[in-house]
Design a protein. Structure first.
Length: 407
């Protein structure tokens, strides 16, 4: 009874005090979007594998859509045209996979050579650093102090040698047998115990690997259905809106489609051009495996911000077989020039005319999506943010946000 009286008194106080009720409404108006944003971020984080797979299928569908329209001009129905294009894309991917497998097999056979070259480079760098430290030490530390430190170092080395000799004498003695398992030494038990974490690691990550393979296997089917049912999906989506809202939804959907098509197809064309030019340049430089290193360098160069260092790594690894300073310098120069030309000449004309985002928004979007989805988030950050801007540009109440995101 007392609780009911307290609740009634609180309600009467709120009604009698309109300022407090207005403050509560304002607080609720601010809190609800914050709670909704937190829920959306949690859903995107925990369901990232599903969203990444779906968005990757959408991007692939936009890349293949011009080929489907070309087949439809040849009097093929959309379903058959989509099947032909998807089959051609899978066949091309299979051929490229065979080529990459042959190149990787050759690299695996030469892997000891590359490992020795890397070890030599590491030793050379270590020796140079040690030499710089010794010269700095000789300049800064007086001679008497250096002599005392040298004596201490010799004494420490002698103590370590004595400890090693005592340890060797103990190891020469036969280890006692395990009472529970006669004939099995303690060393064997220790080895068995050390191997347990590796098997536990495999078992623990098997479920994640199986889920990843399962989701990737859905991509071809998603791409085919998105291509063959595109018109039906558009009409069904617009049925959720009425009147002026349907026109706004149609414009937003068209803006997203144009932006995604421009981004996906433009990046794909630029990546193919960079792959061809890089392969020719590396072949002329006599680098091993140019057909594998060139496409890797070309497409890695398209990753925002970190594309240049990633694009340099594959040809530098291939240049280890030659192991000349001039080759390393030439590789860095060629990849840097191709990256700068593509970023400043090709990208603005092919992609930049549709994707209008200011650099600050691009940086924050890379940070956000990279945190949520790791490496795939860095690749999908720009198209996702540009798609959000396309929606904001067409919705009257969100145009201020669209102008904020724009360049």
């Amino acid at each position: 009874m007392v609780c009911v009286v307290d609740l009634l008194s609180c309600a009467l106080a709120l009604v009698s005090n309109p300022l407090r009720s207005d403050a509560l409404r304002e607080a609720r108006h601010v809190a609800l979007p914050i709670v909704a944003a937190g829920v959306i971020i949690a859903i995107l984080y925990y369901g990232r594998l599903f969203f990444i797979t779906s968005i990757a299928a959408v991007i692939i569908a936009f890349i293949l859509e011009p080929l489907v329209e070309l087949c439809m001009r040849l009097r093929l129905p959309r379903g058959l045209a989509s099947f032909v294009v998807c089959t051609f894309a899978l066949s091309l991917l299979y051929v490229m996979g065979l080529g990459a497998y042959s190149q990787l097999s050759a690299i695996y056979s030469d892997l000891p050579i590359y490992g020795q070259r890397i070890a030599d480079l590491v030793d050379d760098v270590r020796q140079r650093i040690q030499g710089m430290e010794d010269r700095t030490y000789q300049l800064l530390v007086p001679a008497r102090q250096r002599e005392l430190q040298a004596q201490q170092e010799r004494l420490r080395q002698q103590q370590l040698a004595d400890q090693a000799r005592r340890r060797n004498r103990k190891q020469e003695q036969p280890p006692p047998a395990n009472p529970s398992q006669p004939g099995q030494s303690i060393q064997e038990v220790r080895i068995h115990d050390d191997s347990a974490p590796f098997s536990d690691y495999i078992v623990a990550h098997f479920n994640s690997l199986y889920t990843l393979v399962l989701m990737v296997s859905f991509v071809p089917f998603l791409v085919y259905f998105m291509l063959s049912w595109r018109d039906h999906i558009n009409r069904s989506f617009l049925q959720f809106f009425h009147g002026e809202d349907r026109l706004v939804a149609a414009r937003s959907l068209q803006g997203i489609a144009d932006m995604m098509r421009a981004f996906a197809v433009g990046n794909f064309i630029i990546g193919i051009m960079l792959a061809l030019v890089s392969s020719l340049m590396f072949w002329s430089m006599r680098l091993p495996f140019p057909l594998l290193v060139g496409p890797l360098s070309g497409f890695l160069s398209l990753i925002p911000y970190i594309g240049l260092p990633l694009a340099i790594l594959p040809p530098l690894f291939s240049a280890l077989a030659i192991n000349k300073l001039s080759t390393y310098v030439l590789v860095i120069f060629v990849v840097s020039m191709l990256h700068l030309l593509a970023l400043n000449l090709l990208y603005p004309k092919v992609v930049g005319s549709r994707v209008h985002l200011n650099p600050l928004v691009v940086t924050f979007s890379l940070m956000l999506w990279g945190y949520l989805w790791d490496a795939p988030g860095l690749i999908l950050a720009i198209p996702l943010t540009a798609g959000l801007k396309a929606v904001c540009d067409n919705v009257k109440g969100l145009r201020q946000i669209g102008r904020f995101l724009g360049d």
